[in-house]
Ligand binder design. Sequence first.
Ligand SMILES: [Zn+2]
Length: 649
Amino acid sequence: MNKTAFTVAISVLCSLLVVSCKSTEALKPGGEPGGERSGEPARQISQAVERSAVDEWIKVTYPSGSAIPAASTFIAGAIAAGTTLTCNGAPVHVSPEGYFVHVVPLKPGENSFLLVQPQTAKQKELSIKREMPPPPISADTFKIDAEQLQPNNDRGIVVGDLIEFSARATPEAEVVVTLGKRKIILRPATAVAKAASANRHHKKSVKASVAASPVNQGLDAAYGKVYQRRSASPPDLYVGYYKVQPDDQWNGVPAKYTLNHAGKTKSVFGNAKFTTISQPILAETIHSDTIVRVGPGAGRTTPLNNGIRFFVDGWQGDQIRCSFAPGHHFWIKKDDLIFEPNAGNYGQAPNSVARTINIGSDDYGVTVTIPLSQRLPYQIEQHLKPNELILRIFGVTADTDWITPANATAALVDRVSWKQAADGVYEVSVPIKSTRQWGFKADYDETSLVLHIKAKPNVRPDSLQGLTICVDPGHGGKETGAIGCSGIKEATINLAIALKLKALLENSGARVIMTRIADRDVSLDERVEIANKAHADILLSVHNNSLPDGRDPLSEHGTSSYWYHPQSIALARTVNSGMVQEVGFPDFGSRFQNLALTRPSGMLAMLAEVGFVINPEEYAVLLSADGQQRAAQGILKGLFTYLHPPVKH
Ligand SMILES: [Zn+2]
């Protein structure tokens, strides 16, 4: 990339500043963007601002104008190289190239900042609004907030399920939920906290100084740090729960919330309708990459193939509770399933006996095949040291009396063992006879479940010949990624580094597949699909970083890398070290993160964040051809070290 293309003076149509540059959620099989909850803040601060920087002495790229829900933010931008800047009289950190960032505390409401360039006496006023959560309902009103009643989506429930209720209403009053013939009294969260605290003081073993806060619905986390988004036990919060009893029979029954205070009474109905389920419902997956979660909208586990059958025994809105085996609940989106009509009382129940395990091989590596009478759900767990894969199949009972011995050429796996881990949980352990693991995946061949274990790629010594690597320049097209101090898109910098990396990798003999070579839209699913189709050994996504509000780009910056499956930890670490050595940014660490580009299991997959585009010094390096070349060299060095580790003496 030509360095002059990155000068401040260029007029840039600046659009989104993405708080953190990575997209965590792959597109759902249906095609719409994935869930709202993920492992990092997916929140985008956006306001399209068209500005002509040519005749402006200062360009402010962040904040973009939206209200900020944090106690601090940072002002990022660019001024002429060699000049300085103050903000409300305080000196601003400006790089020699004129890139700046300045952290500012925010009080509730409007905050004014005056940016001054002392050399020219030029001034720019900036107003930043801090958004506050709505205040609690005041004690001198008589109100119950119909918008904030919980649960707020329809529930399918069975006997023994717990329903958690909450309401926001006039403090120091009484809120009663009426559900069918049941009455559930909700208690003020403050009283619950006090009671728990008092209970602690009765116990001498508990230190009085240890504060009890059993109700804290205001806790949140952003980019690895936990913070109190809203107050823990606001005075207007009422909470309670109810366990469903055998004689509760509801068919779309709403809950009524009644506020009683000083002789007055007021009732509102919640949005949720409750339905008790007496017989399980049969469902089947309809996509080949069905997202499976461990709670409604919560963390993911192994995605499932299509045509897999299991019982359903509940729902929360569009999240369906799937009972893979007794006590083993998982959640799948309603649109990813079909329901078998009139099932529940008749038809074939989702279970099978496992009689045989066959070990074989194919182009990918080793296959471990378990013939079943129908397609049933599964989960794969990867362990390192010792290297092992655990395949858990639900609805299966062991009657295994034959395991075909390994093919003599299949040196990777020469034995497997099995056990009935629990009622309806059949577990196959596959020890891997190599120092590393290169990939795994499972699918069905008719009704036989096949676990595929990837063989080590045949890489020539002292080169990358024999290795297929998919290089993914993050973002592109409408997805700009983060925006740097002077307005250059992260997507542009990622591509520049990735193209240099492609050349270096090819020079070393690797076969390289790019997910994009221009500034264009490529969905997260497409990127993974490109790597899969190319039978890549390694998927490496190139990104650059940013921070959410409330953080300090001058103290939190550097090079980092991310992995999801244990098999990719060592690669992510060596690539990170390579980048740190070659580029010279601080080591920001190599860590687990749940990302669309780290989740694929069929190959090693990692994401590299070379530096921070909102840190002035790192941004300047990332814009330079030399900096980009060093980033590419660092990644190459890491890959090389991973594939050809130095011999220990
Ligand atoms: Zn990014």
